[in-house]
Design a protein around this ligand. Structure first.
Ligand SMILES: Cc1cc2nc3c(=O)[nH]c(=O)nc-3n(C[C@H](O)[C@H](O)[C@H](O)COP(=O)(O)OP(=O)(O)OC[C@H]3O[C@@H](n4cnc5c(N)ncnc54)[C@H](O)[C@@H]3O)c2cc1C
Length: 379
C-alpha cells in the first residue's frame, strides 16, 4: 500500500515521498497522554504516523514539580522517538482534515485509513525537549529569585504549583488568586475546602472571587490590581488558568458538525466520532461525561487500540470494546508528601493520598507504560 507524505510548501519545493509499506495507515493527532499510548501500542500492527507540534511527550501532572526542581523534567519529557521506534513522526500541528487526509501547518499532507484525534488542550510549549528543559530552569530561577510570588488560578495547576512552592520554599510569600468561590472547582466542595485549609496552614494567602487584571501589565511591575480594587504586591506571577481545548481548528473541517457547544468531539461508546467508522477521538477532547483525567485518557486509548486491531484484522464489530464513563476520582498533589483525593464516597487529604501520588507523581509508572526504564541511565 502506498503511504503518501506530501510537502506542499510552495510550488517550487513541492516534493512527494512515497513509502511502500504493508498495513493500514493509522494517523494519530496529538502525542499527549492518550495519543502516545495509541502510537506506541499500534506501531507493529499498522503503519503509524504521529503528528504533534512537539518532538516529545510530556507528563503534564509532573510539570509543577519540574518548576521547583528542574532536573525532575529529565524523566518526564520523553522524546516520541524513544517509544515510537517503528512509525513516522511529523512535528507540526494538524490544521485541517478531509475524509482521507490530514494537512499540517508545515505543509505535510498525510493520507490515512484510520484517524485518531487526541489533541487535548492547546498549550504552546517549545518544540524541542532541550528548549522545554530550559524553560523549567527559567521558571525555577524566577521562583528562586522572588520573595513574593502571585499565582493566578485556583484549579489543579495553580493549587499544585502553590503546594510545590510552599513546601520547597517555605520562606517565600505565596499569594493565590482565584476567580471562583472555591478552589478546585472541577471536583467536590469538600476537596476544595480541605485544600484551602491546607494551603493556609502553609502560609499561602488565598483570595477567592477576584480576578487579576493583567491588561497593560509590564514586566518588572510589582503591583497587581484585582477586580475588587485590591492591590497585591509580588515580585513575579504565574498564570495558571485553564487552557482552551485544541479543537478550534476542526470547526472548518468535515467534523464541524461533530463538535458540541464547548468544542468537544462527540463520540459513541466505541470511541468513534459519531456516525463514522474510521475516525476515533480520545482524551480531554471528547464529550464523554466524566472528569477529564490522564488515566482515563489512557484507558480510552487502550479501548481504541483494541478496536483498531479488531477492524484491521477484519473481525466483526461485536469484538470491539465499549468504553464506559467513570465516576469522579481525582488526586491533586500538595507538595512532596501530601495530596487531596476525591473517591466516589470519600474525600481525604494528607499523607495517604500523598503516598499514592506526590512522591514520584506517577512518573515511573508512566515511563513503564511507555516501555521505558523507571530512571534515565546517566551517560
Ligand atoms: C496540574 C494538573 C494535574 C493533573 N493531574 C493528573 C493526575 O494526577 N492524574 C491524571 O490522570 N490526570 C491528571 N491531569 C489531567 C491530565 O493531564 C489530562 O487529562 C491529560 O493530559 C489528557 O490527555 P490528552 O492526551 O487528551 O491531552 P494532552 O495530554 O493535553 O495531549 C494533547 C497533545 O495534542 C497535541 N496537540 C494539540 N493540538 C494539536 C494539533 N492541532 N495537531 C497535533 N497535535 C496537537 C499537544 O501538543 C499534546 O501533545 C492533570 C492535569 C493538570 C493540568
Amino acid at each position: 500500500m502506498a503511504i503518501e507524505v506530501e510537502n506542499v510548501i510552495g510550488e517550487e519545493t513541492t516534493q512527494r515521498i512515497e513509502m511502500e509499506k504493508d498495513g493500514k495507515r493509522v494517523v494519530i493527532l496529538g502525542g499527549g497522554v492518550a495519543g502516545s499510548v495509541v502510537a506506541k501500542s499500534l506501531q507493529f500492527h499498522a503503519h503509524v504516523t504521529l503528528i504533534d507540534p512537539k518532538e516529545y511527550f510530556e507528563i503534564p501532572w509532573a510539570n509543577l514539580r519540574s518548576m521547583v526542581e528542574p532536573s525532575f523534567a529529565e524523566r518526564t519529557l520523553i522524546n516520541h522517538r524513544d517509544y515510537l521506534t517503528n512509525g513516522d513522526i511529523v512535528t507540526s500541528n494538524a490544521i485541517t482534515i478531509t475524509e482521507t487526509e490530514v494537512l499540517t501547518a508545515d505543509g505535510h499532507r498525510i493520507g490515512y485509513d484510520y484517524l485518531v484525534i487526541a489533541t487535548g488542550h492547546a498549550d504552546p510549549v517549545p518544540k524541542t525537549r532541550s528548549a522545554r528543559l530550559d524553560q523549567f530552569k527559567e521558571d525555577n530561577q524566577k521562583i528562586k529569585s522572588a520573595h513574593s510570588i502571585l499565582i493566578i488560578g485556583g484549579g489543579p495547576t495553580g493549587v499544585e504549583l502553590a503546594g510545590e512552592i510552599a513546601v520547597d520554599f517555605p520562606d517565600k510569600k505565596v499569594i493565590l488568586v482565584h476567580k471562583g468561590s472555591r478552589l478546585l472547582e472541577f471536583i467536590g466542595e469538600k476537596a476544595g475546602n480541605k485544600t484551602l485549609k491546607w494551603l493556609k496552614s502553609k502560609n499561602v494567602v488565598v483570595k477567592l472571587e477576584q480576578r487579576v487584571d493583567l491588561n497593560g501589565f509590564t514586566d518588572g511591575q510589582k503591583i497587581y490590581r484585582t477586580s475588587n480594587g485590591e492591590t497585591i504586591e509580588a515580585d513575579c506571577h504565574f498564570l495558571c488558568i485553564g487552557k482552551p481545548l485544541s479543537s478550534a481548528w476542526l470547526k472548518e473541517t468535515v467534523l464541524k458538525n461533530d463538535l458540541d457547544s464547548q468544542g468537544r468531539i462527540q463520540v459513541d461508546e466505541k470511541l468513534r466520532v459519531n456516525g463514522r467508522g474510521n475516525i476515533f477521538a480520545i482524551g480531554d477532547i471528547t464529550d464523554i461525561r466524566e472528569i477529564k483525567q490522564g488515566f482515563l485518557a489512557q484507558q480510552q486509548a487502550e479501548v481504541v487500540v483494541n478496536n483498531l486491531k479488531v477492524i484491521i484484522q477484519g473481525a466483526g464489530e461485536c469484538r470491539m470494546e465499549t468504553y464506559r464513563a467513570h465516576s469522579a476520582i481525582a488526586i491533586v498533589s500538595l507538595g512532596r508528601k501530601d495530596a487531596v483525593a476525591q473517591f466516589p464516597f470519600l474525600t481525604i487529604i494528607g499523607r495517604i493520598p500523598g503516598f499514592i501520588k506526590s512522591g514520584d507523581l506517577f512518573v515511573g509508572k508512566t515511563r513503564k507504560q511507555m516501555g521505558l526504564k523507571h530512571d534515565i541511565e546517566q551517560a
